[in-house]
Design a protein. Structure first.
Length: 185
């Protein structure tokens, strides 16, 4: 809890990155799949780096920072694979995004469950995690839908995820202020 609260700004920044990515997909829905691949790769890489920083900063004395570290490494892996192999097929990309969404969603739900005793408002992280899992399962079940629909679904996912992460980050900020937690060293 302390690690999350001390790094609430990084979580908010992850939310802002997701929100920007989602809005960009709605502004230009006819975007080519190659561009979508690169945008997703850049987003996943940025998300992973920010989550990794959040996990590593102030990890001393914290028991559960490893879950955030794993999520960050997986997100960086998703971003790097996507950026270095942009010619992958749409189906492979969809399955990769689906796996990433399910794994990060489960990690967010697990983190929120651990936070239940520490703070209220953890439901936002549970909802963000559940939304990620549902989105990933949807992509597994409907991989053949059109590329434009996928772009819009990915955009909607990123917008909702961004809003939930920003809301959760500000909830953490409030908890940090109420608890008198010191700023990171």
């Amino acid at each position: 809890m302390n690690t999350l609260a001390r790094n609430w700004g990084w979580i908010a920044l992850r939310g802002v990155a997701a929100l920007i990515f989602g809005i960009l997909t709605f502004i230009e829905p006819a975007i080519s799949l190659a561009t979508l691949v690169l945008l997703f790769g850049a987003y996943a890489l940025a998300n992973g780096v920010l989550e990794l920083i959040s996990a590593v900063a102030n990890r001393r004395g914290e028991d559960h920072w490893v879950a955030m570290l794993v999520g960050g490494v997986l997100s960086i892996g998703a971003g790097l694979v996507t950026l270095f192999l942009p010619g992958i097929t749409a189906i492979v990309l969809l399955y990769w995004i689906a796996i990433w969404a399910v794994v990060t969603g489960v990690a967010e739900i697990m983190t929120a469950i651990r936070l239940r005793k520490e703070m209220t408002g953890e439901w936002m992280l549970i909802l963000a995690g559940a939304f990620s899992v549902v989105f990933g399962v949807f992509l597994f079940l409907r991989p053949a839908i059109g590329a434009l629909a996928v772009v819009l679904w990915i955009g909607a996912y990123a917008v909702v995820l961004g809003i939930m992460l920003i809301g959760f980050a500000f909830r953490l900020r409030g908890w940090k202020q109420r608890s008198g937690l010191a700023a990171p060293a």
